[in-house]
Write a new protein. Structure first.
Length: 227
């Protein structure tokens, strides 16, 4: 009596995306992001990532959901960035004081993970009857194709975030320097143990070797986590 989406590995995947995405969701949760309820299930010889649908109510009704691409009226992916997302959420959200810090945290997490597939359809808002709010974060994956550039820009640093641009970006979200540093350090603390998290989901050693250099490089965007 529950609604879940099963995400299965494709024959075209160069790595085990099922286990990697599950590990990314677990890492995001450690970093303070709100993510959907999920679990990794073994079905015969195959693994499946089960993600509980957040667009369905307990009464089996559907919540209205709109992507940021729809809400912003954008036709292309590469024409905007996180500051514009912040402006849209500020105008539409019924609780921008909560959604804006959450969206900034996701931007920082995407930069550190290398989630370059951060296009506007991968951000949504949901209305449960009391107004529009950000949905849980979803489709969080590292830069497997090694694109290097994000779909969304991070302000003046274009599509390749820097440590400085992540700090400056916080101003677009209305965050104080103290709050921004708090978010940056919390995400950094999560990434300090990203390898054990991925190992706990039994990500293959060869897959780890493929993604580790990029994640380790991107971790330098974040402040050193506290000892």
């Amino acid at each position: 009596n529950e609604n879940w989406i099963a995400k299965l590995r494709s024959s075209r995947d160069a790595v085990d995306m099922v286990r990697i995405e599950a590990a990314c969701l677990a890492l995001a949760r450690r970093a303070g992001l709100t993510v959907p309820e999920f679990k990794l299930e073994i079905m015969g010889t195959h693994a499946a990532l089960l993600v509980k649908r957040f667009d369905v109510s307990d009464q089996q009704g559907r919540y209205p959901i709109a992507s940021l691409q729809t809400l912003m009226g954008e036709e292309g992916y590469y024409l905007t960035g996180y500051p514009e997302l912040a402006d849209t959420v500020r105008q539409i959200s019924c609780a921008p004081e909560q959604d804006l810090p959450d969206l900034y945290r996701q931007a920082v997490f995407n930069a550190a993970l290398g989630n370059t597939d951060d296009h506007l359809k991968n951000f949504s808002m949901r209305n449960e009857g009391g107004g529009w709010r950000l949905t849980p974060a979803y489709d969080l994956i590292p830069d497997i194709p090694q694109r290097g550039e994000h779909v969304l820009n991070f302000g003046n640093s274009s599509n390749r975030p820097t440590a400085k641009s992540l700090v400056v970006l916080a101003k677009s979200f209305g965050l104080s320097p103290k709050k921004a540093q708090s978010v940056l350090r919390e995400v950094a603390t999560a990434f300090d143990r990203w390898i054990p998290v991925f190992q706990s989901y039994q990500v293959d050693e060869k897959d780890m070797e493929r993604i580790a250099p990029d994640i380790e490089r991107r971790r330098l965007l974040l402040p050193n986590p506290p000892c």
